[in-house]
Design a protein around this ligand. Sequence first.
Ligand code: NDP
Length: 517
Amino acid sequence: MTTVQARPEGATTFESLDPTTGDVVATHPVHTEAEVREAVARAREAAAWWSALSFDDREKHLTAWKGVVTRRLAQLADLMHRETGKPHGDATLEAALGIDHLGWAATHAGKVLKRRKVSAGLVMANQAATVEYKPLGVIGVIGPWNYPLFTPMGSIAYALAAGNAVVFKPSEYTPGVGEWLAQTFLESVGHPVLQVVTGFGDTGAALCRAGVDKVAFTGSTATGKRVMAACAETLTPVVIEAGGKDALIVDADADLDAAADAALWGACSNAGQTCTGVERVYVHEQVYDDFLARLLDQARGLRADAQPGSQLGPITMPKQLDVIRSHIQDALDRGGRAVLGGVEAVGERFVQPTILVDVPEDSLAVQEETFGPTLTVAKVRDMEEAIERTNATRYGLGSTVFSKARGMELASRIRSGMTAINGVITFAAIPSLPFGGIGDSGFGRIHGEDGLKEFTYPKAIARQRFKPVLALTTFTRTDKAEQQLAQLVTMLHGRGTTIPKAPRATTGGVNRRRRTR
Ligand code: NDP
């Protein structure tokens, strides 16, 4: 079995391993704190050049890089396959989606961030008001191993397009993909605007303290808290893209074959190692048996192994095997049943698809991120209960609704950053949609207009066009000006009618509020 990567005391290099075979893929430097600071200093120099370019010129450079990455897609996918074990097809899909995001960020940055006029309002009618979004400087990007290209690209592409330089710390499991990105960028653009530092958690921690202007972290909630604590020392802002416990709900009128297909792919693709992967399913009681039968029918053909053409790869991070095993065991100990797989499905490198039913809602498999090809399926009396259970989690990343008539209504009531209706994880592949969560899934957004703005600060400018009729911001302000201001404000804002108070409920609203607190 592949051993867990631990940092040997004083090691200056480390090896990335193929999780399928345990073979060494490559050796990489462990960058020290001083080396991380040097990388940030180089990035700051590069940022001065990069941020001075026009949006059009940056778009040209990013398009050149995108072309190189696209033409070498097969090479990139092969490296991703070797470092994570994911099937070649999945690696190609991941890289293709990352490239699409890069293209969107490059072509939309100007439109979203350039200076634009806004109304100054009647009170300040003598002013011309503009807002524009300026790059922050150097962004530290810390990425996970499960989607080593797509996930960091969600920060890197948008940060670069907004005019920042980036120092990227990839996971110790996937350092090669990070180096590949930085190398191809340098080849395409000729300036070290994107750099990579490699190593273990210490290197990531050093990046947080190296004077970057923002940290974009993607990884577990626990590490996200450590990153935030380190960034707090220097008031460095952070974006946290953390874990999830996403649910899929199936209404009585849903297309059950499509819902079963989505649940299975959402749970098992990438061997279940997806932050927005489906981990829980809530099905209307009228279609529960039918849905479960179809799900099992589809799932029985799926196997995780090292055969060429296999659709499921290994578990990339070996210590995750214990987490997956413990969640299944806990579910079974508390009265759950494995209708497919079970504890014995957890092997030395691979985990076979596991479907659990009758699992209590307070068990680990329903509450904690499992990050394996497992799924709990529960019967609910109606969609009210489905939403209630879906929302009873401290996470809030993605979610899925299968319903013909009520998709939009149900989706809008789920407390999560993103929802797919009659599809699964589709929101991640739409570059114009913001990606991110709430609660323990983190905060801030990558992708879309919000993702571009995340790596900027708004610059507001008010320019006086002519002398004000009402001179207000001066010690020469007159009583007359004050009276005129009061009249103007009354005219503009004084017309709202008071909303009559609802009669008090006899049970006492105060007590009820107290109880729900
Ligand atoms: P980790 O939290 O273990 O690591 C994430 C990154 O943080 C790695 O590069 C890691 O380096 C680095 N790191 C570790 N310790 C520190 C530290 N003290 N300071 C700074 N950086 C540190 O997550 P995983 O790599 O295991 O990724 C899986 C997790 O990521 C899952 O919870 C998953 O849900 C989440 N995820 C969230 C996504 C989202 O967009 N919301 C997308 C994809 C994944 P090293 O690897 O060297 O330890």
